[in-house]
Design a protein. Sequence first.
Length: 429
Amino acid sequence: MTRNEELFIRAQRHIPGGVNSPVRAFRSVGGTPCFFERGEGPYVWDADGKRYIDYVGSWGPLILGHAHPVVVRAVQEAAARGLSFGAPTAGEVELAEVLVDMVPSMEMVRLVSSGTEATMSAIRLARGFTGRDALIKFEGCYHGHSDSLLVKAGSGMLTFGNPSSSGVPADLAQHTLVLDYNNAQQLHEAFAKHGDKIACVIVEPVAGNMNLIAPKPEFLKAMRDLCTKHGAVLIVDEVMTGFRVGLGSAQGLYGIAPDLSTFGKVIGGGMPLGAFGGRREIMQKIAPLGPVYQAGTLSGNPLSVAAGLATLALIRQPGFYAALTAKTRRLCDGLVAAARQHGVKFSAQAIGGMFGIYFRASPPGNYAEVMECDKDAFNGFFHALLDAGYYLAPSAFEAGFVSAAHGDADIDATVTAAQAIFKRFSAKQ
Ligand code: KE4
């Protein structure tokens, strides 16, 4: 029995599914999850001492790679001054100033401890600001696990949603309308029918939780125009895309001006940190200034703030995103060429430092097309790469991430390993 297997057996005794977040359990791909013990740069080592080149990076935060010395030192120095105060600190002021400077649409910002808290708070704020209850989200998009967001599409077109999780009250889910991603026409119809009830639209500006789906320009534009016309709040959820797809995040890349934005992952550099922010007239509704309550014991935690400030300083260095994007494209182009060489139906795309790989002839444009991807082929590919020492997200419905620490040699080794796997695939076809 391997140490990973032993740890997984022990873990399942006292932790539901043996994990503290479901996707880690490998249920989508099968097998025993990796228990990691150490990370450095693009590499992680599991409990059996096996090294992997990591393309998950803790689901996006580790844009600098694992254990970046500047980030680690910042956290160590902060820790030596005290772990938490439950009182304001200068670091939080500095981070707020940096975030407002890096995100032109944000005039004010509130720090929290996770992406879920950021989106949950932003939705409550939009409802408090507008006095309305309804919200629009899109099928396949994930914005964390607050109740109003664990909702699946209603039975009829443009009918309000039903819970997608046990424990979510139906009379809460009924305020959520779930539309198709990239379907501008449906957005127009939804606002025509419900416009005066809609508090907000929340969107992943690049979808990364149903694999990677690029937005259609007309989709984002329709969203912005309709929210403006009907007085709804546009929440752009940048928890995954924030400072991942570019220095200006997705809103800078696609030129969309949110009313509120949510952040997480990269801004904490691997430490627990989220944020929501936007127009001053909206943010002033948040307690203690306004009537919308929101709070958190560890909000703005000094160690998370130190990691965030160190990370955001390093990603602002000239050429950072050009290099990161080039590496991510090198990976995708190499994988596509290798698959084509062996006649395997496969496609891939890169947006900044995130990528999608698909066992489908071309990248999907919405949830229904994602479902056409060959999940079994992905699972076989995942495990073959894992055995060879390359760690992809353990689900066909997740995006992948490259860090600044990945070198061309790491990327090329990954492509070479994939080539051998595609060769075996084609031999079986
Ligand atoms: P957290 O509460 O997990 O920090 O953030 C929730 C969230 C919000 N918005 C977007 C766009 C997100 O991608 C996420 C979380 N992403 C998942 C990755 N699929 C986190 C991984 C997990 O759930 O373990």
